[in-house]
Ligand binder design. Structure first.
Ligand SMILES: *[C@@H]1O[C@H](CO)[C@@H](O)[C@H](O)[C@H]1NC(C)=O
Ligand SMILES: *[C@@H]1O[C@H](CO)[C@@H](O)[C@H](O)[C@H]1NC(C)=O
Ligand SMILES: *[C@@H]1O[C@H](CO)[C@@H](O)[C@H](O)[C@H]1NC(C)=O
Ligand SMILES: *[C@@H]1O[C@H](CO)[C@@H](O)[C@H](O)[C@H]1NC(C)=O
Ligand SMILES: *[C@@H]1O[C@H](CO)[C@@H](O)[C@H](O)[C@H]1NC(C)=O
Ligand SMILES: *[C@@H]1O[C@H](CO)[C@@H](O)[C@H](O)[C@H]1NC(C)=O
Ligand SMILES: CC(=O)N[C@H]1CO[C@H](CO)[C@@H](O)[C@@H]1O
Length: 388
């Protein structure tokens, strides 16, 4: 008998119908000619379901009419190719999000409305095996989780259950399966003091998901117990969630963290990553970190407070901030740019998967030990003493 954590899902039995709402990812728009995003290269295909998760321990901080904090997740579950009988496409973004992204970012007409993920297993759900480790992915401040879908599917294809989390009221736009649309910040607004406040909510959201998956409650696709897991995010939320989970009595449970070229602010700048053994990987474009001062401060703090931790900072030559996100990736696939975003992102995720293989699967990864002939675009900027 699993005892429910009093902090979350206290009413989960009563609210079962509310907390375990699952929607298969199928909103394919047959009136538009599709743009197929190629299936990722790993040995697994992936299932995709859209999951609402309700945290009954707190109200929504951005909308006082919402009694509980309600999150939306995309769950990418790896399935062995040999076990999947039917592969499909799934729409990259639902209509309202796609329309907002096309208006803000499309170089020409509708591309986000037409983009589709490929290689989605559309058998009746096989479900998570729980033998494969868990990764949480957060878009950070002011971005939709959906613009990390290719990344999430890619990581899942290497054998990870990947939970991609939206932060409603923070994310620029969230569209729930019942049609409710919640708008938030734009990723270009928000002073650092404002972002530090929002960061605390992002951490609460992420740790609620981690706790739910630990116990297999609140709509989680599995019960992972105290097994190690990983987090990849844009901005400070990866590092801050590792710190808070460690301080909350789970030192080293979030064993690997990745920052995809985001700014770092908040308590992590002075408090480091907390107790427990961990690894951390930082990604930056050719122009360097988004804010060198913050990254230097964080680097100095974590090296002083977490001297045993493995940490590396990697740069991708010839990339820009845009080529490292899926916005450029989708534009590339639709023939609207020639900046090689697809290949550069593939390189970034290959290294990221190798990093998680090292920290969550205990594999040796020569790729991360230093520069490689096969990947000349990857530059090793700095490494902590214990990762040399
Ligand atoms: C706040 O929540 C209520 C109840 O779900 C909803 O009707 C309303 O549209 C929300 N407000 C905003 C600004 O999203
Ligand atoms: C499909 O795309 C058309 C054109 O943008 C739009 O009018 C329609 O609402 C979309 N349908 C769905 C189900 O998304
Ligand atoms: C995270 O830890 C910091 C201390 O570093 C603390 O100030 C903050 O309240 C914690 N946040 C959450 C959401 O637990
Ligand atoms: C970089 O971060 C530092 C420390 O938070 C801040 O003082 C500075 O204004 C930031 N620089 C830019 C260009 O945002
Ligand atoms: C980080 O440490 C280096 C070496 O001690 C020092 O030169 C630099 O000023 C520090 N930077 C910050 C932002 O703390
Ligand atoms: C990519 O970057 C490398 C290293 O900076 C450089 O030698 C090479 O010419 C660049 N390639 C392109 C296509 O710009
Ligand atoms: C993932 C999935 O089930 N995709 C299906 C959604 O609906 C379209 C149109 O009916 C199908 O072609 C897809 O296979």
């Amino acid at each position: 008998m699993i005892l429910l954590n009093p902090r979350i899902c206290v009413f989960s039995v009563l609210l079962l119908f509310k907390v375990s709402k699952v929607t298969p990812a199928n909103t394919t728009n047959t009136t538009l000619s599709p743009i197929a995003i190629p299936a990722p290269p790993g040995p697994y295909v992936t299932e995709l379901k859209i999951q609402v998760m309700v945290d009954t321990s707190r109200p929504d901080p951005y909308n006082s009419s919402e009694k509980y904090r309600k999150l939306l997740t995309s769950v990418f579950t790896p399935v062995l190719k040999s076990k999947c009988s039917k592969l499909c496409h799934a729409q990259y973004m639902p209509p309202a999000v796609a329309a907002a992204y096309d208006e803000a970012y499309s170089p020409v007409g509708q591309i986000f409305a037409r983009a589709q993920l490929s290689g989605i297993c559309c058998d009746p759900f096989h479900g998570a095996t729980q033998e494969l480790p868990l990764l949480i992915v957060s878009p950070g401040f002011g971005e939709s989780r959906l613009q990390f879908s290719i990344t999430a599917q890619y990581l899942a294809s290497y054998g990870y259950e990947v939970i991609l989390v939206d932060h409603p009221g923070d994310s620029s736009i969230v569209e729930f399966p019942d049609g409710q649309v919640v708008t938030g910040f734009s990723s270009t607004e928000g002073t650092i003091p404002q972002r530090v406040v929002v960061l605390q909510v992002e951490v609460q959201d992420v740790l609620f998901v981690v706790d739910a998956y630990s116990k297999g409650i609140c709509g989680a696709s599995g019960a992972y117990g105290d097994r190690k897991l990983g987090i990849a995010a844009h901005e400070a939320v990866a590092a801050q969630a590792m710190l808070n989970d460690s301080l909350n009595g789970h030192p080293g449970r979030i064993a690997g963290g990745v920052n995809f070229d985001g700014r770092i602010y908040g308590p992590v700048l002075t408090d480091g990553l907390g107790p427990g053994e961990k690894g951390f990987l930082l990604w930056e474009p050719a122009s360097g970190p988004p804010n060198v001062t913050e990254w230097d401060e964080w680097w100095n703090t974590t090296n002083a407070l977490n001297p045993g931790d493995w940490q590396k900072e990697l740069r991708i030559a010839n990339s820009t901030q845009a080529t490292l996100t899926e916005l450029a990736h989708v534009a590339d696939i639709s023939g609207q740019s020639t900046n090689n975003a697809v290949e550069l992102m593939s390189v970034q995720i290959t290294y990221t998967a190798a990093f998680f293989d090292m920290f969550l699967k205990g594999e040796k990864e020569p790729l991360l030990s230093g520069p490689s002939e096969a990947y000349q675009d990857v530059i090793f900027v700095r490494s902590s003493p214990s990762s040399d």
